[in-house]
Design a protein around this ligand. Structure first.
Ligand code: FAD
Length: 549
């Protein structure tokens, strides 16, 4: 049938390809399509049993995209754009998963994807400029080029809480949520984590569970979601203007021109300053606009004093919604707004007015252990039947450091990133690892953009580069160490002195969520258009910063 992937191969001679792609999410699927269209023999190796990546694994209740569907979708094919019908402005996980299955079928991708195949080792042979890719099952594949489409948020963090194995109830992970769902009715549930995922899960779980304990290490800024179904005829009109919408996407500063938390966030310059607003004006803003009223001022991101005022006002706005003053205080963030991508939610704060919901603010006493019947914190023991972890990812680098990637001289990628921090050139290549292409690697716009805009651009860049090498009879392309340092220094200079480096801002953007990870901010914040320009210039200058041989 069409849903089956490629059969396993038995003959080693058949395992040589022109390119190997690791991962079959948004990026891997497009990489396969594009490289195949260029005439390459491509094999995709995917650990899961289906396509979708992020949108296959994160099937937790409430999972939803924060970018408008017509933009959080492939732009490379007018046919795909016209044939697929989105039902909602901000699509939920099931709809995005269905879309990616549609794309895989429509472009006949599955025949070149080998599912249930986890890559555990990749090593570069300098003698013949070939990568050997080994799988968990002991198969090996060779190819001159490897595209690591392994995802930026695909390596779940082990919560590392003592006693977890003694727990007698059910343990769930948001990023490996059971495909058949899980009936929470009549159960006492603890959700651990209040990042983007936790904030989406909590209102939905609260409606199902007998009691919900929300274990929160740090409070989030979260804005009411503009999620809604498309009106009749609305999508048709958008589709008729698709070219304009895509064009606008690429000139918008962050690559998300229309409905998204991010586009609003970047347009705050249009509001008056908070510091000179009267107390009456401030109060009116939160009475009329809720938590947004606390944040949408022109100086909140640029002036630390205004930022502090905004945080306090945000707390007042939360207290207008959440009736219990102690809970409201617990839900007020203690780090500055803007140092992470804002979260958008559906009824998050209102959920804490329910009788069956308890906030456990871990700043008042941390988790000590998990017991056979619940969770012990510094504030007491909570008896629960289900623990649902929404504890995040080893972001940007985790998927690749979990593979034993060996470049020139047997150097291990994980060691490089441990010692130097997450470094790469243009978010694409790492010095010492020829012919290995990353997607949205360190130093690319990733989370500071509509992920897909830069992902598609990078895949085109890679495919053109591979065609250039093959056409010119070259064997390798390799990042020069000086170009890599210069690029990463530049990426860091862009955020110097900004709220993004605030010492209280612990996040996956800077590695602070992973014990022992080097703290370093490597997201490119100058915007998608500028990023594309820089990468275009590198090509125009004959792949400056790379060595081709
Ligand atoms: P992924 O979708 O992560 O796919 C990577 C694939 O590689 C996976 O299928 C994985 O199994 C496979 N893989 C990894 N390692 C191996 C290995 N060793 N061997 C074999 N296969 C391997 N971005 C936005 O722009 N807007 C959003 O609203 C948004 N919401 C998100 C919500 C959640 C819960 C998460 C986790 C991420 C979200 N993102 C969002 C970011 C999202 O990850 C990207 O937008 C995009 O889906 C990534 O696509 P990808 O193909 O690069 O990686």
């Amino acid at each position: 049938g069409t849903r089956a992937g490629a059969a396993r191969l038995t003959d080693a001679a058949d395992r040589h390809y022109d390119a190997i792609v690791v991962g079959a999410g948004f990026a891997g699927l497009y990489a396969l399509h594009r490289l195949r269209a260029d005439g390459l023999r491509v094999r995709v190796l995917e650990a899961a049993d289906s396509v979708g990546g992020t949108w296959l694994f994160n099937r937790y209740p409430g999972a939803r995209c924060d970018i408008e569907s017509i933009e959080y979708s492939y732009s490379f094919s007018p046919e795909l754009q016209q044939e697929w019908n989105w039902s909602e402005v901000l699509p939920g996980q099931p709809e995005i998963e269905a879309y990616l299955n549609f794309v895989a079928d429509r472009l006949d991708l599955r025949r070149d994807i080998q599912f249930d195949t986890r890559v555990v080792e990749m090593s570069f042979d300098e003698a013949d400029s070939t990568w050997t890719v080994r799988t968990e099952a002991g198969e090996s594949f060779t190819a001159p080029f490897v595209v690591a489409a392994t995802g930026i948020l695909s390596a779940p963090l082990d919560p590392g809480i003592p006693g977890l194995d003694t727990f007698g109830g059910t343990v769930l992970f948001s990023s490996q949520y059971p495909r058949e769902g899980f009936d929470l009715a009549g159960r006492r549930v603890a959700v651990i984590g209040t990042g983007s995922t936790g904030v989406q899960i909590i209102p939905v779980v609260a409606e199902q569970a007998e009691h919900l304990y929300v274990l929160q290490r740090s409070a989030a800024y979260t804005l009411p979601s503009p999620a809604r179904p498309y009106e009749p005829g609305e999508l048709d009109e958008l589709k008729a203007n698709y070219d304009d919408i895509r064009a606008a996407q690429l000139v918008a500063h962050v690559g998300a021109a229309r409905t998204s938390a991010f586009s609003v966030f970047m347009n705050m310059g249009g509001f008056p300053p908070l510091k000179t607003a009267t107390r009456e004006e401030q109060l009116r803003a939160i009475e009329e606009n809720g938590v947004r009223g606390a944040l949408y001022w022109s100086d909140v991101l640029s002036d630390p004093e205004a930022g502090e005022l905004a945080t306090a006002l945000y707390g007042e706005a939360v207290a207008l919604i959440v009736r219990d003053p102690r809970t409201a205080a617990g839900l007020t963030p203690t780090y500055p707004f803007g140092c992470k991508r804002p979260i958008i939610d559906v009824g998050y704060y209102e959920t804490f007015n329910r009788d069956n919901v308890t906030l456990v603010d871990l700043r008042q006493g941390a988790i000590e252990e998990i017991t056979p019947t619940g969770i012990r914190t510094g504030q007491g023991h909570h008896e629960v039947d289900v623990i649902l972890f929404a504890t995040g990812f080893d972001a940007l680098t985790g998927a690749l450091t979990r593979i034993d990637v060996r470049g020139r001289g047997g150097v291990v990628l994980g060691d490089v990133w441990r010692d130097e921090g997450p470094v790469a050139y243009l978010g694409l290549g790492v010095a010492g690892f020829p012919n290995l292409f990353l997607i949205q690697g360190p130093g690319s716009p990733s989370a500071a953009s509509n992920y897909l805009a830069t992902m598609e651009y990078q895949i085109r860049w890679i495919a053109d580069c591979v065609a250039h090498l093959r056409g010119g009879g070259h064997q390798t392309i390799e990042t020069l160490p000086e170009a890599q340092s210069e690029w990463i220094d530049g990426v860091q200079a862009l955020v110097a002195g900004s709220v993004l480096l605030h010492p209280k801002c612990d996040s996956w953007y800077n590695g602070a969520n992973v014990p022992g990870k080097k703290r370093m901010y490597t997201t490119y914040v100058a915007g998608v258009p500028e990023f594309h320009k820089q990468c275009d210039q590198v090509v125009a200058a004959g792949y400056s910063g790379f060595k081709i041989s």
